[in-house]
Design a protein around this ligand. Structure first.
Ligand SMILES: [Fe+2]
Ligand SMILES: [Fe+2]
Length: 167
């Protein structure tokens, strides 16, 4: 499921984030059957492309889309419901610590769980776009993840049956 990004402008816009040592740690965080870095790149790249096509602020969409899940907490080690509610604020805190963000970028990050979390509401069209892409990416990643697991299990069972038949 690894994303290969060959868009020169996109890579230039988010280069500093992708090079950040703390941000790189997202690769070690399991997230929707993939890892949090891949998920964040998927959301960011799609938000960038859609906002660019619609003549919107694609720079903020790309950067905040990439930072929207900038937290290293593990869902298995903490209360999942609490983390689900609080992670946009943790992501915003971490993002502010390492990068300079504008008001729109902060709103995109803090409101991305809307309407599951209504604490911070989307104020910009780019916030709605990132939030929607995030949900679509989540469903996509889960389907791909579960189907590859299922294929693997089916493959394993077939081999087992094959061995039984010839033993
Ligand atoms: Fe999130
Ligand atoms: Fe997300």
């Amino acid at each position: 499921m690894k994303i290969v990004i060959d868009d020169y402008e996109y890579n230039y816009l988010v280069e500093d984030i992708l090079k950040n040592r703390k941000f790189k740690k997202l690769e070690d965080c399991p997230h929707h059957k993939t890892n949090r870095l891949e998920h964040s790149k998927r959301v960011s790249l799609n938000a960038y492309k859609i906002c660019k096509k619609l003549n919107l602020d694609y720079v903020s969409a790309a950067r905040a889309g990439l930072l929207h899940d900038f937290f290293t907490n593990n869902y298995k080690e903490e209360k999942a419901g609490k983390l689900m509610k609080e992670h946009p604020i943790i992501a915003s805190y971490n993002s502010k610590k390492y990068f300079k963000l504008n008001q729109k970028e902060l709103n995109i990050i803090e409101s991305h769980m809307f309407p599951l979390n209504v604490k911070v509401k989307p104020k910009y069209i780019e916030s709605y776009i990132v939030s929607t892409i995030d949900k679509i990416a989540c469903v996509y990643e889960k389907i791909v993840g579960y189907s590859s697991e299922l294929n693997f299990k089916l493959g394993e069972k077939t081999i087992y049956l094959f061995l039984l038949m010839f033993s």
